[in-house]
Ligand binder design. Structure first.
Ligand SMILES: Cc1cc2nc3c(=O)[nH]c(=O)nc-3n(C[C@H](O)[C@H](O)[C@H](O)COP(=O)(O)O)c2cc1C
Length: 204
C-alpha cells in the first residue's frame, strides 16, 4: 500500500501542511531537474534574520561516491531505509553573521532557525509536486564535516532523503509498522500559552 498519511488535524489547515509527512519507503525513481529547481526556489524565498540566508545544501545522488560517503555517516537506524533513495541532501547553516558597516562579524543565534524555515518551504513545495522529504538528525556530524571539508563557520544540521514515496511493503517488517502507524501531535494547550508561562491560551 502506498501511504498517504494526512494529519488528523483538530482545526482545518492548508492541505499542503496536512499532507506533508516523512516516509521511509522511497522509490528509486529520479527526481526531475525542473522539480529540483522548484524545491530550492521555494527554500530560497524563506525568511531569515537580516536576510542573511544562512542555509546551504549539498546534494548527493544515488550511485555516486558522494552519496555513499554521506550515507556512511548516517546512524544505524537511518542507514537501512535510505540506501535506495534517489537523493541524500546535507543541510548546513552558516553560523556567523557577516560584518556589516561598523559591526564586526558575530555569531548568528538564529542560523538553525532560518535553515529550518528554508527546509519547511522546501518540504511544502515537495508535497505540492508529489515528492516527499524525510529529514534526519541521526548522523555523525564530525565525520560529515571532515569528509566534505566544510569550512569552520558552516555547521551540518540534518541529512534529508528526497524522492517519491513507495509502497510500504517494500520495507522490512520493523520499519513497516512505523510507516503505517497513526500520526500524532501534542495538543495546542500543551504548547500555546497566554499571559503567563504554562497557562494554555484561551482558544486552545
Ligand atoms: C530535525 C529533525 C530530525 C529528524 N531526525 C530523524 C532521524 O534521524 N531519523 C528518522 O527516521 N526521522 C527523523 N526525523 C523525522 C521525524 O521523526 C518526523 O518528522 C516526526 O516523527 C513527525 O512525523 P512526520 O514528519 O511524518 O509528520 C527528524 C525530523 C526532524 C525535523
Amino acid at each position: 500500500m502506498k501511504l498517504d498519511k494526512p494529519a488528523p488535524t483538530d482545526h482545518p489547515v492548508h492541505e499542503l501542511i496536512s499532507r506533508r509527512w516523512s516516509p521511509r519507503a522511497f522509490a528509486a525513481t529520479p527526481v526531475e531537474k525542473e522539480k529540483m529547481q522548484r524545491l530550492f526556489e521555494a527554500a530560497r524565498w524563506a525568511a531569515s534574520s537580516s536576510n542573511v540566508q544562512p542555509w546551504r545544501f549539498l546534494l548527493t545522488h544515488q550511485g555516486t561516491d558522494a552519496f555513499r560517503a554521506l550515507h556512511s555517516c548516517l546512524s544505524n537506524g537511518n542507514k537501512p531505509w535510505t540506501q535506495n533513495v534517489p537523493i541524500l541532501m546535507l543541510s548546513v547553516t552558516d553560523t556567523i553573521f557577516p560584518a556589516k558597516n561598523d559591526k564586526p562579524a558575530r555569531d548568528n543565534p538564529t542560523a538553525k532557525h532560518d535553515l529550518g524555515l528554508a527546509l519547511a518551504n522546501l518540504s511544502l513545495q515537495a508535497t505540492d509536486m508529489g515528492l516527499h522529504v524525510h529529514p534526519m538528525a541521526g548522523f555523525d556530524n564530525g565525520r560529515v564535516k571532515e569528509i566534505f571539508g566544510l569550512p569552520t563557520p558552516y555547521e551540518p544540521v540534518t541529512v534529508t532523503a528526497i524522492g517519491y514515496a513507495a509502497d510500504s511493503s517494500t520495507l522490512p517488517d520493523d520499519l513497516r509498522g512505523r510507516e503505517e502507524a497513526p500520526r500524532s501531535r501534542k495538543a495546542l494547550s500543551d504548547f500555546v500559552f497566554e499571559s503567563s508561562w504554562g497557562e494554555p491560551a484561551s482558544f486552545t
